[in-house]
Design a protein around this ligand. Structure first.
Ligand code: ADP
Length: 199
């Protein structure tokens, strides 16, 4: 089974590509969703986070107060390492479970949707790294139009992420999404053929 790491900056079209690959028959594993799932209320993961960081990181409803936890860990590398030491093994275990389910179901291609693949140097975990690419200006316009986020906020996100060249340097395959949605669909069709050939 082929393990594909899919990434792309905000507004690149990564989610669009991952949905299309799912429609072709890939199993899609969403890294952000798993990271949320392992610390949902009632999980050992959340218990461990509270044991480490205190009840102050809980929201009134009993779930994790992410902005609060973010303030704590992003100001302090040791605290961030402590959080990662709790969350990363849980994410790895849950990913492995999903992977086993995919193998049991006869899936040939598993796509890991990993927004920060390049930033976190995770390329070596995958057989193939696929980068969805479009110029920064194009991505900004898409996000402003589709999500109503202020333009300057999107630029700030882009500046905080890996730049385009760094992402392209980490890619085994690039999906150019600088064109129309129809062009993207055609490129994803070719990508799927390519992935199946490698699987
Ligand atoms: P990401 O997951 O990389 O942030 P999305 O797939 O959510 O990006 O795409 C951002 C927005 O741009 C969505 O509203 C999507 O429908 C739209 N979009 C994606 N590709 C194109 C394209 N080629 N042309 C126009 N709009 C696009």
């Amino acid at each position: 089974m082929l393990k594909v790491g899919l990434t792309g900056g905000i507004g690149s079209g990564k989610s669009t590509v991952s949905s299309a690959l799912a429609a072709y028959g890939a199993a899609v594993v969403d890294a952000d969703a798993i990271a949320r799932e392992v610390v949902e209320p009632g999980t050992p993961g959340l218990d461990a986070v509270v044991a480490e960081f205190g009840e102050g990181v809980l929201a009134p409803g009993g779930g994790l107060d992410r902005p609060r936890l973010g303030e704590v860990v992003f100001a302090d590398a040791d605290r961030l390492a402590a959080l990662n030491a709790i969350v990363h093994p849980l994410v790895a275990r849950r990913s492995a479970e999903l992977m086993e389910e995919a193998v049991a179901a006869g899936v040939e291609v598993v796509v890991y949707d990993v927004p920060l693949l390049v930033e976190n140097g995770l390329g070596p975990l995958y057989d193939v790294v696929v980068v969805v690419d479009a110029p920064d200006e194009v991505r900004v316009e898409r996000v402003v139009r589709s999500r109503g986020v202020p333009r300057e906020q999107v630029w700030a996100r882009i500046r905080a992420q890996a730049d385009r060249d760094a992402r392209l340097a980490a890619a085994d395959l690039v999906v150019d999404n600088s064109g129309t949605p129809q062009e993207l669909r055609e490129r994803v069709a070719r990508l799927w053929e390519d992935l199946l050939a490698r699987a």
